[in-house]
Design a protein around this ligand. Structure first.
Ligand SMILES: C[S@@+](CC[C@H](N)C(=O)[O-])C[C@H]1O[C@@H](n2cnc3c(N)ncnc32)[C@H](O)[C@@H]1O
Length: 193
């Protein structure tokens, strides 16, 4: 099965969106709440309905961008938050998108990709960050199998995958996950090398 834009768009069309929390993910909310600089340029790739982007916007982070190749996902966000600038809702493949950001938020995007794309994901995240830019968010910590999405992984595997391009400041079981994800997600904070 190829995880194309059509595949994802169809899942939104069918309402087959088990990943959708319908609210900002609590560990990401906690991270955003302690940021003081509202000028930070923030990217949320594979953002989907992106309650995280909505939360950023409503908290005064106006330089927040979402990249997702599903039109339906972006339309939903635009309808919920009409003031969100259309030019900051980008319908494009993450791997061809170009830009420079202070912070990139990871929330069920990495796990949605075919695992063989993981080295490209890491390299492209690195390219999208400004010097000392940060990749922050959540990665699942259940075993990686052929069955997915979502595709899992482990702390050890993530450390070896990311350490070439990032200083890993934090990779630890999130203490504030929603109940259904308790102990299943790792909070990460990585700084571009
Ligand atoms: C599992 S969903 C997660 C959505 C959102 N992060 C959330 O937590 O609700 C994965 C999202 O990634 C998007 N996506 C997958 N591969 C992509 C790619 N190569 N470029 C852009 N978006 C992609 C899909 O369209 C989908 O919206």
């Amino acid at each position: 099965m190829e995880l194309t834009s059509t595949y994802w768009n169809n899942r939104y069309a069918e309402g087959n969106t088990g990943w959708d929390l319908k609210e900002v993910s609590p560990p990401i909310k906690a991270y955003l709440d302690q940021l003081e600089n509202k000028e930070l340029k923030i990217l949320i790739p594979g953002g989907g309905y992106s309650y995280e982007a909505q939360y950023c916007w409503e908290q005064g982070f106006k330089n927040v961008y979402v990249v997702d190749f599903s039109q339906l996902a972006l339309e939903n966000l635009k309808q919920r938050v009409p003031g969100f600038p259309s030019e900051q809702l980008i319908q494009e493949d993450f791997f061809t998108y170009d830009g420079q950001f202070d912070v990139i938020i990871e929330q069920t995007f990495f796990c949605a990709l075919q695992p063989d794309l993981r080295p490209d994901y890491v390299a492209h995240m690195h390219a999208l960050l400004k010097p000392e830019g940060k990749l922050v968010g959540l990665l699942f910590n259940f075993p990686l199998t052929e069955k997915g999405p979502p595709y899992g992984g482990s702390t050890t595997a993530y450390e070896s995958l990311f350490s070439k391009h990032f200083d890993i400041q934090k990779i630890e079981t999130a203490y504030n996950s929603i109940a259904a994800r308790a102990d299943k997600e790792l909070f990460i904070k990585m700084v571009k090398k």
